[in-house]
Ligand binder design. Structure first.
Ligand SMILES: [Cu+2]
Length: 489
């Protein structure tokens, strides 16, 4: 998929977070006259991908980062490509209609070979979304006259490389993802909203150690529809973390060995280091650790911060950390953990297929699905919220996004307290609907006073039809006078 201009612009802006120095090496100098006199030859280059100074780059056999490749018209160029850190990449030169096969730790080396027939300066880069913007690009300088027989700008040379998984020239046309049926291996990734860590209470600050794993896996998006989720701990949202103000948190992020992508974590509760994103860019099979002090109480979103960031978020990479104030929060009868996100898929909502992420729709903010806890039905079928009449329920509610604001509402209930924007200091009282920003959170509390099925929705109600519905099931006897159907008795 070739990023659209707005997408590339966003990605480039995000990459400013990570890139401190220009990615390109010094330009080559190949005098045209000398080049023209050189007989055509085959130029062999080995390029290995890696992460250098927080950037993704190509490195040649001499250790040169994003080397300038040189050739003369008529030469054949053979590129042997290997994923040094294990993540999936490719190499394309759209101006020359050159594209390698994708390569990763599991594919081994691939080879792309082509003949150059046109002089000029051409850009090679990785076409995996976000990778070019975070550093994976370099130049191919071709000297000499254009060849008279140049029909195409590149032509396949005879024979292919002998490496495992080798691939020859392919025209650069972004391949539409093939339609395939729902993945039979898909599992539910929906986080159980009742899995909330125990309250901190009144203890003194201490050191907490958390370990999380990023996992890419096929999950059930809806009945008969699956999707390749990218997750923290195989669930959406990722696990809720809980600390108190003043705690020191040591967080280790391990990226599963079979991941195709680099992943990371940016926690909005963290001061410094891009919230952790700067120092947790983790290649498949690796792990990285950051340590931070929880300086401010509140409810905070965390998310993957690897380009293309909205793509990683839309695939499920978000969660929340609660930082309790000194002395803890007031006791309630039940606590729940709910997050909203939107998803952009290649096929329409409800298609009985394995859905692929659609980055054009993401750039245009036109989601096909809105979900609570990762999948359609997560909170209306798989894990309903439960309470009994007379109990006080607290919901930790956040929006992963990546793009859409939620107008969070429970049909037939009123929030007795809302800690807007996750700020614990001073709640609002008696609220019907509360806005929650992407990358933002809120805490709502309600005492349930009448039995029934209460629907959790985003009150932008078209989104209910796209999946954003949950259920709070309240059991028990009605309180006289609160509500009954029919006339006053
Ligand atoms: Cu990620």
């Amino acid at each position: 998929m070739k990023p659209s201009l707005p997408l590339a612009t966003i990605a480039a802006a995000l990459c400013l977070l990570f890139i401190d120095t220009p990615a390109l090496a010094a330009p080559a100098n190949s005098p045209a006259a000398k080049a023209a006199a050189t007989a055509p030859t085959t130029r062999h280059h080995e390029l290995q991908t890696n992460i250098v100074d927080g950037k993704m780059v190509f490195v040649d056999a001499k250790g040169q980062v994003n080397p300038v490749l040189t050739a003369n018209t008529g030469d054949t160029i053979e590129l042997v490509l290997k994923s040094g850190e294990g993540a999936e990449h490719d190499l394309v030169i759209p101006e020359l209609n050159v594209a390698s096969a994708k390569f990763s730790a599991s594919s081994g080396k691939v080879t792309v070979r082509f003949k150059v027939t046109k002089a000029g300066s051409f850009t090679y880069y990785c076409s995996i979304p976000g990778h070019r913007q975070i550093g994976m690009e370099g130049k191919l300088q071709v000297s000499g006259p254009a060849l008279a027989d140049a029909g195409a700008t590149a032509a396949p040379a005879a024979g292919h490389g002998g490496d495992a998984g080798s691939a020859a020239l392919a025209l650069y046309t972004p391949a539409p993802s093939p339609m395939r049926g729902p993945d039979p291996a898909a599992v539910s990734v929906a986080a159980n909203p009742a899995q909330v860590p125990v309250a901190i209470g009144a203890r003194a600050p201490q050191l907490l150690k958390y370990r999380m794993e990023t996992v890419e896996l096929p999950g059930k998006l809806d009945d008969g529809t699956t999707f390749t989720y990218w997750t923290f701990n195989r669930q959406v949202p990722g696990p809720m973390l809980r600390a108190r103000v003043g705690d020191t948190v040591e967080l280790t992020l391990f990226n599963a060995a079979d991941s195709k992508m680099i992943h990371s974590i940016d926690l909005h509760a963290v001061t410094g280091g891009h919230g952790g994103g700067q120092h947790t860019q983790v290649a498949p099979g690796q792990e990285k650790t950051v340590t931070f002090k929880a300086l401010n109480p509140g409810l905070y979103v965390y998310h993957c911060a690897t380009p293309l960031v909205p793509q990683h978020i839309a695939a499920g990479m978000y969660g929340m950390i609660l930082v309790e104030p000194e002395g803890g929060l007031a006791k309630v009868d039940r606590e729940y953990y709910v997050m909203q996100g939107e998803m952009y898929t290649g096929r329409p909502h409800g298609a009985p297929v394995h859905q692929e992420a659609n980055l054009e729709k993401m750039a245009n903010e036109l989601p096909d699905y809105y979900v609570f806890n990762g999948e359609v039905g997560a909170l209306s079928k798989t894990h309903k919220l439960q309470a009994k009449v007379g109990e006080t329920v607290r919901i930790y509610f956040g929006v992963g996004g990546p793009n859409k604001i939620s107008s969070f509402h429970i049909i037939g209930e009123i929030f007795d307290k809302v800690y807007s924007e996750g700020s614990i200091s001073s709640p609002k009282h008696d609220v019907q609907t509360t806005l929650v920003a992407p990358g933002g959170a809120t805490i709502v509390e309600l005492k349930v006073q009448h039995p029934g099925s209460y629907l959790l929705v985003d009150h932008a109600l078209s989104r209910a039809g796209k999946g954003a519905v949950g259920v709070l099931e309240v059991t028990g006897d009605p309180v006289p006078g609160v509500f009954h159907a029919g006339a006053h008795q």
